[in-house]
Design a protein around this ligand. Structure first.
Ligand code: ADP
Ligand code: MG
Length: 256
């Protein structure tokens, strides 16, 4: 793998990177996020698990402001989320997001997918952006696919390109919302391995996943959500061996 830095160089900085305080969000009558307090330290890997409909995706989407919140506050690196305009585009670059569906630009090549945002949002020159893109594609193991279009790639390859595209923006934090749920089983590991490597390299990560092996080996903390609330948080060891709440016990009995 090529050496290419993925996290923003900020070695002196420590402490909390993502802070949610008393966050509430409704969809009509549905109270989808209820008094969410969540603090993620720089370099921390947090796995969010919970039943379908518990608000995990909505939580991710509020952190890069794909959804607004009704009350409470969210800060990234000490700054509140900007509402619109260039500041919002920059925030979205600071908060890399990888979705279940790969969301690549279908009419752009793999290389263009990983280059575009660097030029448009990060204002890099094209040559420099392409060099970084190629290094990142190599890092996630798809360098040979650079000139292909997304539809010519397997799901696992597309998802790795999506990760490279987010990393190209030098994000402060990466959000993954069920990144392997849409993949054929034989492709899940190749994506999880890239995520494992990122975690080892010190990237701050919030990962919604049902992959408990990943949670056990990569997470510093497991956050269990149900019905729009954080029901419990613990280290993976504590959570999987000794869940405290009945909701978590019930959930684990169904998936493990
Ligand atoms: P999870 O990711 O944990 O499965 P979601 O955050 O996707 O949960 O959804 C939480 C709840 O909010 C669900 O009941 C879902 O139907 C509802 N919901 C999600 N997005 C919207 C939306 N845009 N409009 C209305 N309801 C929504
Ligand atoms: Mg979801």
């Amino acid at each position: 793998m090529t050496e290419v830095s993925v996290a923003k160089e900020d070695e002196a900085a420590t402490g909390d990177l993502v802070v949610l305080k008393s966050v509430n969000k409704h969809f009509g009558a549905l109270h989808v996020l209820q008094d969410i307090d969540l603090t993620i330290a720089r370099g921390e890997v947090v796995v969010v698990i919970g039943p379908s409909g518990s608000g995990k995706s909505t939580l991710c989407r509020t952190i890069n402001r794909l959804e607004t919140i009704d009350s409470g506050s969210i800060t990234i690196d000490g700054k509140p989320l900007p509402a619109e305009g260039k500041a919002l585009a920059k925030l979205r670059a600071d908060v890399g997001m990888v979705f279940q569906s790969f969301n690549l630009f279908a009419h752009k090549t793999v290389l263009e997918n990983v280059t575009l945002g660097q030029v448009k949002v990060r204002k890099k020159d094209k040559k420099e952006a392409e060099e970084r893109a190629r290094a990142l594609l190599d890092r996630v193991g798809v360098a040979a696919q650079a000139d292909k279009y997304p539809a010519q790639l397997s799901g696992g390859q597309q998802q790795r390109v999506a990760i490279a595209r987010a990393l190209a923006m030098e994000p402060k934090v990466m959000l993954f919302d069920e990144p392997t749920s849409a993949l054929d089983p034989e492709m899940i590991n190749e994506v999880l391995e890239v995520m494992q490597q990122l975690a080892r390299d010190g990237m701050t990560m919030i990962v919604v996943t049902h992959e408990m092996g990943f949670a056990r080996s990569a997470a510093n903390r497991v956050v269990f959500m149900a019905d729009g609330r954080i029901v419990e948080q613990a280290t993976p060891d504590q959570f999987f061996s000794n869940p405290r709440s009945d909701r978590a016990k019930d959930f684990l009995s169904k998936i493990l």
